[in-house]
Design a protein around this ligand. Structure first.
Ligand SMILES: NC(=O)c1ccc[n+]([C@@H]2O[C@H](COP(=O)([O-])OP(=O)(O)OC[C@H]3O[C@@H](n4cnc5c(N)ncnc54)[C@H](OP(=O)(O)O)[C@@H]3O)[C@@H](O)[C@H]2O)c1
Length: 302
């Protein structure tokens, strides 16, 4: 017969338990939930399913056009139970437009604050001093808890840190077929946390032979190994899925650990990979190499 003590232990170790992520002394599951390209009712339903599985960190952006749908879900689920990140598009990063974007974001999400507000892509034509000071003002007013940047290089971070506004997060592409060890090292040195976008290489991780072999060894799926690799790098993966079985699989990665050797094997492959192409036509001012020098990242304040 199972003793009541053993039963209690089993209940605590639910299959959905995951590694933890600590933010300001609050504990969150280490795997977040990406919401692009979900919209409308499908988005609201997916957030509700994800929440039932245990997801507590939600990533969105003005560009995703799903803020209202997420707001509908959060109203029922309880806003305070979630860490919500949103991102302002590169065309709205002047102080005036950024404030307007945030107010619209809060209204659509039906909340009075964002946990994290990030610049979706840096805009090389707008002073980062002006943008970050506007964000800091909003942080002091309690509209944002944390400030962050997305799709940045070490040079961007060097420039941004000089402004003296606390940068809590960056969100960058990171998966078993592409990662940037120097950027992660820089973030570690400066106490900046990292969210990994496209952590499943947009559904392509199963074609990575190293990952497949490790997955077979542990009786896991390639996606679980790919997410565990991100978590063991100390980063927060933001896998997206509209499929409940996938959501559960992506969340249940606590019961195995990759060895140092396996981490290094995946690292070696990921270092050789390439980021998703960003062509000059997208208007971000980036080439696909992101080859910004320190001086090119942002204009000096006039
Ligand atoms: N900051 C930025 O510029 C930026 C850029 C891109 C993305 N993001 C954020 O990062 C999130 C994730 O990125 P992403 O959506 O591009 O890529 P991703 O999470 O790497 O991949 C999503 C794809 O993987 C599939 N998938 C998920 N779980 C799976 C599983 N267990 N087995 C097999 N397939 C699975 C999904 O299909 P199913 O729905 O069928 O499961 C979907 O097609 C986005 O939602 C967004 O929040 C940010």
């Amino acid at each position: 017969m199972i003793s009541k003590y053993l039963l209690a232990f089993l209940l605590i170790c639910t299959p959905f338990a995951v590694d933890a992520c600590w933010i300001d002394g609050e504990e969150y599951p280490a795997v977040g939930y990406g919401t692009y390209p979900l919209k409308g009712e499908l988005c609201t339903q997916s957030i509700t399913k994800a929440a039932a599985i245990g997801y507590r960190m939600i990533d969105t952006a003005t560009f995703y056009e799903n803020l209202g749908a997420i707001g509908d879900a959060l109203q029922v689920l309880g806003r305070k139970n979630f860490y919500v990140t949103s991102k302002v598009w590169h065309d709205s990063q002047t102080p005036k437009l950024l404030k307007r974007d945030l107010m619209r974001t809060l209204k659509k999400l039906k909340t009075s604050y964002l946990d994290a507000y990030l610049l979706h892509w840096p805009n090389s034509k707008i002073s980062i001093e002006d943008t970050l000071c506007a964000m800091e003002e909003l942080r002091i007013k309690g509209k944002i808890r944390h400030i962050g940047l997305s799709n940045v290089t070490v040079n961007h971070l060097k420039r941004a840190l000089e402004v003296g506004v606390p940068i809590t997060w960056i969100q960058v592409e990171m998966h078993v077929s592409f990662y940037q060890p120097e950027l992660l090292e820089f973030c570690k040195e400066h106490g900046i946390a990292v969210q990994a976008w496209a952590p499943l290489d947009r559904g392509r991780v199963a074609s990575n032979p190293v990952v497949r072999e490790i997955a077979d060894k542990y009786g896991k799926t390639p996606t679980q190994v790919a997410l565990k690799w991100v978590v063991q790098h100390g980063c927060v993966p933001l896998p997206a899925s509209k499929n409940e079985a996938h959501m559960q699989q992506n969340f249940a990665i606590s019961d195995f650990t990759l060895s140092q050797e396996e981490m290094e094997e995946i690292n070696a492959k990921a270092k050789q990979g390439q980021r998703d192409r960003v062509t000059p036509e997208t208007g971000f001012g980036f080439t696909d190499e992101f080859d910004f020098t320190y001086d090119e990242c942002w204009p000096k304040r006039s």
